[in-house]
Design a protein around this ligand. Structure first.
Ligand SMILES: [Zn+2]
Length: 323
């Protein structure tokens, strides 16, 4: 799950025969472009739904990366100010007002990033992200950056949002996934999805985070994977997918999207391939069944077709054991 980009580039090229995707995404600019697109949609949704999330963090519009995420060369310029750097900023965000791509990040709050370490397969970027997410959600976030070789303090305004690391994964399957701490959307899906379609995919993954599915499945002793397709495991894994689909339309509506883009997406050719591609397994309802279920949720709870909406009926399940 938490695999660095360099490993993903290799894995994608070897496992899927996706040399083209690996090479195209291996071009840093192409990858960063999709990172910014996804982060723009993600921060909009994480901010608008912060009241629904029990774990929060400051949203600044800053996207970070670390040198140890890459194997291929050609990133020297991106890391000229240090091995942990701003990769991009969301246009119009607080970060865009004071930070630039290639700024090195020397400290988050009072902790030097040189004290932060990579952990197993997780790049040092993940440790830096955790330090950022631990800052007060209301902001401002205090950083020490390096620009043109000079260290300087910077204060970045922030607003509270749901706490989760969001990233493009270098792989070509039509997939998104979340493990409660990280949401990944495959490069191959991001490049063919419109912004609205990407928002639908992201909303589903964020819904898993909001509903704390990872923890709840763990508490219930459920595995994903092969054994997840059978018996009680199958039933509970399917239950969380249904919950996530229902929650996703509330997250979309609160962020100003028309929630009807969700059933429209799951019925589209891309949506059907994304839904089927997730596992081909019995864990997921069919695309049509998903779309119909989502339409019922909208009709029952978001009659006007617009937010704000407070899905208390779904949030209450966080503190109830699975049946
Ligand atoms: Zn899901």
């Amino acid at each position: 799950m938490r695999i660095s980009r360099k490993l993903l580039i290799v894995a994608a090229a070897l496992a899927c025969g996706s040399q083209a995707v690996a090479q195209e995404a291996g071009s840093l600019d192409a990858l960063l472009q999709q990172d910014v697109r996804l982060a723009t949609i993600a921060e909009r949704m994480m901010g608008a739904n912060q009241a629904l999330c029990r774990q929060q963090m400051p949203l600044t519009g800053m996207i970070m990366h670390s040198l140890d995420q890459y194997t291929q060369g050609g990133q020297d310029a991106a890391f000229a100010n240090g091995p942990i750097a701003v990769s991009a900023v969301i246009p119009g965000s607080p970060a865009a007002a004071v930070l630039q791509p290639r700024d090195g990040i020397a400290a988050i709050g009072s902790t030097p990033t040189s004290d932060m370490k990579a952990d197993g397969k997780s790049p040092v970027r993940d440790a830096v992200f955790a330090a950022l997410a631990d800052q007060p959600p209301q902001g401002p976030v205090q950083l020490k950056i390096v620009r043109d070789g000079q260290e300087r303090p910077v204060s970045v305004e922030a607003r509270p949002g749901c706490r989760v690391l969001v990233e493009i994964k270098v792989a070509d399957g039509l997939n998104g996934r979340s493990d409660g701490r990280v949401i990944q959307v495959n490069y191959g899906l991001a490049t063919v999805a419109t912004d609205e379609e990407l928002a639908v995919v992201f909303a589903h993954e964020l819904a898993h985070v909001v509903l704390e599915h990872r923890r709840r499945l763990k508490d219930a002793g459920v595995d994903k994977g092969f054994f997840g397709e059978f018996g009680r495991n199958q039933q509970l894994n399917r239950q969380v997918e249904v919950e996530a689909d229902r929650m996703a339309v509330h997250l979309l509506a609160n962020a100003g999207y028309d929630p009807r883009i969700a059933p429209k997406f799951w019925r589209s050719s891309l949506g059907q391939r994304t839904s089927g591609g997730l596992t081909r397994s019995r864990v997921y309802p069919s695309a049509e069944a998903r779309a119909a279920l989502i339409e019922r949720e909208i009709a029952d709870y978001i009659g006007s077709g617009a937010g704000p909406t407070y899905p208390g009926h779904l949030l209450a399940r966080r503190d109830q054991p699975f049946e």
